[in-house]
Design a protein around this ligand. Structure first.
Ligand SMILES: NC(=O)c1ccc[n+]([C@@H]2O[C@H](COP(=O)([O-])OP(=O)(O)OC[C@H]3O[C@@H](n4cnc5c(N)ncnc54)[C@H](OP(=O)(O)O)[C@@H]3O)[C@@H](O)[C@H]2O)c1
Length: 200
């Protein structure tokens, strides 16, 4: 099952070239909602070397990014890997939490659904209102790579020593940036949409 592509919602801004827009505005969660069709959206924070994790945890804490993540994903479904799930204190509030694991003994519980393969997640999400946010970690990003319609990438102004989990160098191949936002704490968020067919 492949979700319908959605185009970014109309917006003001100024043209960088015929196909590119740079658009900076105060944060508006509704800007992401776009048309009603479901999109599969990867959301990730990376350091200067595309590191995303260290020792099984996030190697930084930025409240501006936590707030942005919450406001962006709220009301939608989120899918995460079992290892990322283990780093949380519980299900993310006001979102349908999906945990991906091959372990058949891992059970669903209140406000948390365990699924065992990507196809089941896509099929489930396609029947829900709202978007599916792929929230990591690296193995889950890799598993959904061919299905992602948009990426939302927070650039963290750090180079993490000893990081052990990274995004693939080419994860944005076939995507084009259409929006840039500045968050507090020196963070920049870049929004990308797919401009070429997904890889097989
Ligand atoms: N910077 C960020 O934005 C960000 C976001 C999220 C996480 N992280 C970091 O990323 C790190 C964790 O990433 P990770 O790659 O080690 O683990 P992960 O992707 O969170 O979880 C991996 C586990 O998910 C399950 N899984 C993954 N793909 C699957 C598939 N196709 N089918 C079925 N099950 C699948 C497997 O669980 P089973 O072993 O149970 O089968 C696998 O061992 C942590 O350091 C975390 O803090 C960073």
């Amino acid at each position: 099952m492949k979700a319908a592509r959605i185009m970014p919602s109309p917006r003001i801004g100024f043209t960088l070239s015929k196909s590119r827009w740079l658009y900076v505005e105060p944060y508006s969660p509704l800007a992401l909602k776009g048309p009603p069709s479901m999109a599969i959206i990867g959301i990730v924070a990376v350091d200067r070397n595309l590191a995303i994790g260290k020792g099984g945890r996030l190697p930084w804490h930025y409240s501006a990014d936590m707030k942005f993540f919450k406001e962006t994903t709220i009301g939608n479904a989120v899918v995460m890997g079992r290892r990322t799930w283990l780093t949380l204190k519980g299900p993310l509030k006001d979102r349908q939490n999906i945990v991906l694991s091959r372990d058949p003994s891992l059970d669903s519980q209140d406000s948390l659904i365990v699924m065992h393969d990507v196809e089941s997640v896509l099929s489930y999400a396609g029947k829900q209102d709202g978007h599916l946010f792929v929230i990591g970690g690296a193995k889950v990003y890799a598993s959904f790579l061919a299905h992602i319609d948009r990426w939302i990438v927070t650039e963290v102004p750090l180079t993490v020593e000893g990081a052990d989990t990274f995004m693939p160098r080419d994860f944005l191949d076939g995507f084009e940036m259409y929006e840039l936002r500045q968050l507090d704490e020196g963070l920049r968020v870049k929004f990308y949409e797919r401009v070429s067919e997904a890889r097989p």
